[in-house]
Design a protein around this ligand. Sequence first.
Ligand SMILES: Cc1cc2nc3c(=O)[nH]c(=O)nc-3n(C[C@H](O)[C@H](O)[C@H](O)COP(=O)(O)OP(=O)(O)OC[C@H]3O[C@@H](n4cnc5c(N)ncnc54)[C@H](O)[C@@H]3O)c2cc1C
Ligand code: FES
Length: 497
Amino acid sequence: MEEPKIEDDGPLNGELNVDVCVVGTGISGLTTAYLLAKEGKQVAVLDDGEIGGTMTSRTTAHVVNVLDDRYFELERLHGEGGAKIAAASHTAAIDTVERIVNDESIDCEFERLDGYLFVPPGESIECLEDELEACRRAGISEVEWADRAPMEAFDTGRCLRFRNQAQFHPIKYVRGLADAIRRMGGRLHSYTHASKIEGGETARIDTENGSVVTAGAVVVATNTPINDRVVMHTKQGPYITYVIGVRVPKGSIPKALYWDTPDPYHYVRLTNAPNAPDSEILIVGGEDHKTGQADDTDERFVRLEEWTRERFPSVGEVAYRWSGQVMEPVDGMGYIGRNPWDEDNVYIATGDSGNGMTHGTIAGVLITDLFMGRENEWEKLYDPNRTPLRDVTEFVKENVNVAAQYTDLVTGGDVDSPDEIPVGEGAVMRDGLTKLAVYRDETGSVRKMSAVCPHLGCIVKWNTTEKSWDCPCHGSRFDRFGKVFQGPANSDLPAAD
Ligand SMILES: Cc1cc2nc3c(=O)[nH]c(=O)nc-3n(C[C@H](O)[C@H](O)[C@H](O)COP(=O)(O)OP(=O)(O)OC[C@H]3O[C@@H](n4cnc5c(N)ncnc54)[C@H](O)[C@@H]3O)c2cc1C
Ligand code: FES
């Protein structure tokens, strides 16, 4: 759903000194810059693409305190106190978004609405009973039983209704943040790739074209940290999630947020259809898998559509299909704060799972408090350096999975020759002791790049939906020509021609 470009100050040329430099203009980076600018700080925000974020431009924008990892699970991993802080911080984030929308008069379709959590047909509702109790212990009072979710043609059975959740148009919201930052004197620089980040009393950010920013602090809000080689990437895993947008007659489905409980789960909401006042778009997501570890994209979209038609028979044609990546922390909570094992004045925000709208807002609030030297009771729960985990199962599972990907270094390729690759597609090919990522463009010309991820050396995989090269180890992603657009890798796949 195309939106006009967000205005900015263009690529950075020369030297700049500010109080805080933020790298990344998704919801995390822009919220942080906005709140710092409100404190009177001089901010500069850099992005190596357009302003507005990579994943933020693909989000389905449920703005909620109903977290992907259930509260009973968060209680098990972080104790009752931890679950309380998780609930309080995500609730506060919804309120913060609403306040910013009002203060800055951002026209972004923000609205409060109910959310419904239900189990798949025939499954026990025990997990809902557990969740209701855990929510109440965590301080979420606006949750209750409903006989069924308001889906006319499909009986979900008893489910939980969460009041006062929210949704908005994510690009319109971050546009509002970006405009407000510039009104307060902040600088936004698109197409400015941060190639090196150093902390210390004066932080320094070197950019690809030789420009330099010096600052009192740097906030790395690149979704997954590009300034951290190993530590943070053992604590989270990258997952691709799929979305369809289906046309429905306006008003035919009650406006609410809908989620089921399997892993992966489905998430559903309604939004206005562009240029069609009589229609709405039902946005349905799910079918997640570990990045670079599945090649059945078409089947996943088919399954999403079947799931949707069974529950919402009034839906029409599929108007949109897309996918994106979320970072899943091994213990259910994101990481916001000082970058572990780094010099002073380097902050990160990552591991936001499918709750990046509230998590990115929490990042803005928490990092602003840390920079201003204010105490914040959320600090310990979100500390990127927190240890130990109460349960290391997920940590071990993620890292064993990563280790297994390195066997790709010695296996054969997807094809033996570029002739086997259709136009507009890519494939990995063995080339002696190494592997090549080979793309055949629309004119039939072949582009060859190294298939070895510049982060820690895994072999990338071709993603047919997004026409990207995805690394199955820690989620680095490169466009069809090998240009990096998602870390932790911070450089392109080298050309092999
Ligand atoms: C399909 C999908 C559905 C989702 N649905 C929901 C939902 O319903 N609710 C919810 O809360 N969350 C949801 N999420 C998660 C949420 O969208 C993300 O967690 C959130 O948008 C991440 O924001 P961010 O600011 O951290 O990162 P991004 O928006 O990815 O921004 C990071 C920015 O950093 C820039 N960058 C990277 N490297 C560099 C560099 N070296 N130099 C300069 N700039 C750089 C990138 O260009 C990018 O613009 C969803 C995600 C996906 C993919
Ligand atoms: S993302 Fe770590 S090796 Fe590729």
